[in-house]
Design a protein around this ligand. Structure first.
Ligand code: PBG
Length: 342
């Protein structure tokens, strides 16, 4: 008798299972379904959609446009959307106070979506100050430093405002220390026990957020900060060199009460997604960010690769690495293709 384990050629021929489409489908270890996708949407306070130069196929939408997209998400079987406001520069301040206005754009958008889709679609809202600060940072800038604990106090209030507007989960993307536990306590104190926390637990200081920062208008603000030597987020977002530190970040967020954790970006952190999933076994999301989308769209636009196939493959492998769901700008395109196939 042969010992259990891998066989050897010529009795074993791994190509045998790859001969036909039905056979490959039967042995596929990972599959993609609309339920695996979260659709990030940009909202702005103008009547017409506005394209985003570095993200062909993605637009900043008026509230009604986002509501229509939300309804389509339900039809397609996409479980949730993530909302990002492009704030009118006139409403930005050094302290980002507009984040706390219950009548701000993102809150009005949440209300409008809830009227349309109720609890049939998850609405996730970012908790961070970058859409609202004149310097484009996620936190409060005091004497050239992003101050942690003072920022956390504001983020707690922002999370409660978003919860009261009706979002289902808040997603702190700011990378301050201790914010998950503080936000959990603030939500509970406000009676919002049902509102979950998706922690951007391992978020790297990445070059791949560039197109997003253009889309929400924080790039220009950070550009101003750059002149003062404050133009990057490296004092709070993680160094891409580090993996063990990502595990510590996730461990803290889990201990503080995160319901789900996120790794971001996705394609340059497949190893981290895998480690996080296998270490904690928690619902683990990954964010295929704007720059990852832009790279594929740019190459596809030049005819250098097959955009539809590249998009599907890039998201599938994020799932294979261990993600339970993927935030991706390809969500509607992928879901439509999967939907059409039945
Ligand atoms: C802001 C935030 C960013 C993204 C999501 N939330 C940008 C940043 O940290 O500067 C990036 C998403 C993307 O690039 O698609 N806190």
């Amino acid at each position: 008798m042969h010992a259990a384990g891998p066989g050897s050629f010529p009795a074993t021929r791994l190509r045998r299972n790859r001969q036909h489409h039905w056979l490959r489908a039967m042995v596929a270890e990972t599959t993609l379904a609309p339920a695996d996708l979260v659709w990030p949407l940009f909202v702005h306070d103008h009547a017409a959609p506005l394209p985003i130069a570095a993200m062909p196929g993605v637009e900043r939408l008026p509230i009604e446009g986002v509501v229509r997209a939300a309804a389509e998400a339900v039809t397609l079987g996409i479980p949730a959307i993530a909302l990002f406001p492009a704030t009118d520069p006139a409403l930005k301040t050094a302290d980002g106070a507009h984040a706390l206005d219950p009548d701000n754009l993102v809150c009005r958008t949440v209300h409008a979506i809830r009227r349309e889709t109720g609890d049939r679609l998850g609405i996730l809202c970012d908790v961070a100050l970058d859409p609202y600060t004149t310097h484009g940072h996620d936190g409060l800038l005091v004497e050239g430093r992003i101050v942690n604990d003072e920022t956390v106090a504001v983020l707690c209030r922002q999370a409660v405002v978003l919860a009261e507007a009706g979002c289902h989960m808040v997603a702190p993307s700011d990378m301050m220390d201790g914010r998950v536990g503080a936000i959990r306590a603030a939500l509970d104190a406000a009676g919002r026990h049902d509102v979950g926390i998706l922690a951007y637990a391992a978020k790297y200081a990445s070059a791949f957020y560039g197109p997003f920062r253009d889309a929400v208008g924080s790039a220009a603000s950070l550009g101003t900060a750059d002149k003062l030597g404050l133009g990057d987020k490296k004092t709070y977002q993680m160094d891409p060199a580090n993996a063990l530190e990502a595990i510590r970040e996730v461990a803290l967020d889990v201990a503080e009460g995160a319901d789900m954790v996120m790794v971001k970006p996705a394609g340059t952190a497949l190893d981290i997604i895998h480690r996080v999933k296998t270490t904690f076994g928690l619902p683990t999301l990954a964010y295929q960010v704007s720059g990852e989308y832009a790279m594929i769209q740019a190459a596809a636009g030049h005819g250098w690769l097959d955009g539809a196939r590249a998009a599907a493959e890039s998201v599938l492998v994020i799932k294979r690495a261990g993600a339970d769901a993927v935030l991706t700008y390809f969500a509607p395109v992928l879901a439509r293709a999967l939907f059409a196939r039945g």
